[in-house]
Write a protein that binds this ligand. Structure first.
Ligand code: HEC
Length: 118
């Protein structure tokens, strides 16, 4: 894992940059694809992770969390506001308990995957 890379990811995704994304809405957000790197990260959190489940979580982020703002970047789960945001966003997106689990599994795994180097 490239530490320099993940540090850079944190710096650009937290704080003002995320607010800017929210305001502009159309800035592309990189969401880790459902591949073997994501699966390896998912398995470290939950040994029952599957590529299919993680892919469904990714689809939920794109289909249900990006209606009102840009899709959230997975590292948002490390944001101190996350515990407060999560229940409100789940309600807004009208996710079932099962969908919420899939969404969280994807965000958790995706937060560990560094973005590609430009
Ligand atoms: C019905 C519209 C709507 C949906 C659907 C929605 N959100 Fe939001 N979201 C908002 C609004 C409005 C704000 C800003 C105000 C606030 O914090 O409530 C926001 C703010 C956020 C923020 C904080 C962004 C920042 O840096 O200030 C995150 C993260 C977030 N949403 C994640 C999600 C996730 C994850 C989902 C899917 C489960 C989701 N949202 C679905 C309306 C929505």
């Amino acid at each position: 894992m490239d530490n320099d890379n993940s540090y850079h990811y944190q710096v650009i995704t937290f704080g003002p940059a995320l607010t800017l994304l929210l305001a502009q809405g159309c800035v592309p957000v990189w969401l880790p694809p459902a591949d073997e790197v994501l699966l390896a990260a998912g398995l470290r959190h939950d040994p029952h992770s599957t590529l299919e489940g993680l892919g469904e979580g990714r689809a939920l982020v794109l289909d249900r969390c990006a209606n009102c703002h840009a899709p959230p970047t997975p590292t948002v789960i490390h944001d101190e506001r996350w515990p407060d945001l999560l229940p409100r966003m789940v309600e807004r997106a009208e996710l079932t308990a099962e969908e919420t689990e899939r969404l969280l599994a994807y965000l958790e795994a995706g937060a560990d995957v560094p973005p590609p180097a430009d």
